[in-house]
Design a protein around this ligand. Structure first.
Ligand code: NDP
Length: 348
């Protein structure tokens, strides 16, 4: 049972060498007698930004919202898997599921309450790590439940080509909003061009810009939103948030989904322009997708027809093999991924 193991807690920017491949892990391909666990073969694994805070050493009395990973154990994350054996009445051999699993070939899952059975298999199975999984639900809950969107409003999305952002933009377009996204990449100029291009030509954003080529984000936003922003879907935090605050319209809304620019900093940056929230009467609201499990059936009902009609599209960045998983995860923080970052362990 090949596994990707976290070596030790991580501080600062994560490196591939913070994880290693254990090629000699073992697992019994049978659920122990009397257990209600399920044994699965992992097919697709999801790389998600929240996995970085899970690598941090817990500080007693200052616990974060999420349980840290255990050094010496396989990384844990969302994935798509096939049930090989089951001690649980709700799952049977051959079922396809998505939910929390291990970064390994086979996993014995005891926390079955975090799993969803996959009923629609006429879409790519990997979509259950993204479009039809946790990031999709995040985009849906964040946009419709938190942003209070209305037709014609001006929407700005950061990290807009990513797993969540590309969907928020498409939802906003479907509603008739004016949508602009930002994307960037430090290392590959070709990716920069491609990514901004992707936002406009593939996802139908009205405009897109590469924030890394903008020396003054405030001025850039003013150029793109001369009348201001009604809705900001926040994925990155830091300087972008400060620039957005100066460009919000009265009664605007900011849905704080995440702040990836802060995840590798030992001391998060301060926000300087918060005072604008008072006189512009802006609502800023954070949310966690974990509070919206109940909306999942409604979300599927909403999104599946759009996928089938080709009105919602999804871009994935697919890494092949468990051994490529550490680099794929770290790539989220350098902006290497174009679209949802998935790792294929096995295709069936
Ligand atoms: P993405 O697929 O968008 O990947 C991360 C992207 O973030 C990178 O590709 C990069 O894009 C951008 N990025 C990385 N580092 C920085 C930086 N220092 N400054 C600015 N941008 C950076 O990830 P997801 O779509 O999965 O996640 C997007 C956000 O949503 C994250 O903040 C995540 O934590 C949050 N989230 C929150 C959830 C919730 O329940 N609240 C649930 C799921 C996700 P680029 O090169 O374009 O800058």
């Amino acid at each position: 049972n090949k596994q990707v193991i976290l070596k030790d807690y991580v501080s600062g920017f994560p490196k591939e060498s913070d994880m290693y491949l254990n090629a000699s892990g073992t697992i019994k391909l049978k659920v122990p007698e009397g257990s209600n666990a399920i044994l699965v073969k992992n097919l697709y694994l999801s790389c998600d930004p929240y996995m970085r805070p899970r690598m941090k050493q817990p500080i007693p009395g200052n616990e974060t919202y999420i349980e840290p990973f255990k050094p010496g154990s396989p990384i844990v994350g969302n994935g798509v898997a096939k049930v090989l054996d089951s001690g649980h009445p709700d799952f049977k051999k051959g079922d396809l599921i998505w939910g929390m699993t291990g970064w390994e070939e086979y996993s014995l899952i005891t926390a079955t309450q975090t799993l969803y059975k996959i009923h629609h298999t006429d879409v790519p199975l990997s979509y259950y790590t993204g479009l039809l999984g946790m990031p999709g639900m995040t985009a849906y809950a964040g946009f419709y439940e938190i942003c209070s969107p209305k037709k014609g409003e001006r929407v700005f999305i950061s990290a807009a080509s990513g797993a969540v952002g590309q969907l928020v933009g498409q939802f906003a377009k479907l509603l008739g909003c004016y949508v602009i996204g930002s994307a960037g990449s430090k290392e590959k100029a070709s990716l920069l061009i491609m990514r901004v291009d992707l936002l406009k030509n593939k996802f139908g954003f009205n405009e897109a810009f590469n924030y890394k080529e903008e020396p003054d984000l405030h001025a850039a936003l003013k150029r793109y939103f001369p009348e201001g922003i009604d809705i900001y879907f926040e994925n990155v935090g830091g300087k972008m948030l400060d620039a957005v605050l100066l460009n919000m319209r009265a009664h605007g809304r900011i849905a704080v989904c995440g702040m990836i620019s802060q995840y590798n900093l030992e001391h998060p940056e301060g926000v300087h322009n918060l005072m604008t929230v008072v006189w512009k009467r802006v609502r800023i609201e954070g949310f966690m997708v974990s509070e919206y499990h109940h909306l999942f059936p409604k979300f599927l009902e909403f999104v599946l027809p759009y996928i089938k009609e080709g009105k919602i599209t999804y871009v994935e960045d697919v890494a092949e093999g468990l051994e490529s998983a550490p680099a794929a995860l770290i790539g989220l923080f350098t902006g290497r991924n174009v679209g949802k970052q998935v790792v294929v362990v096995a295709r069936e």
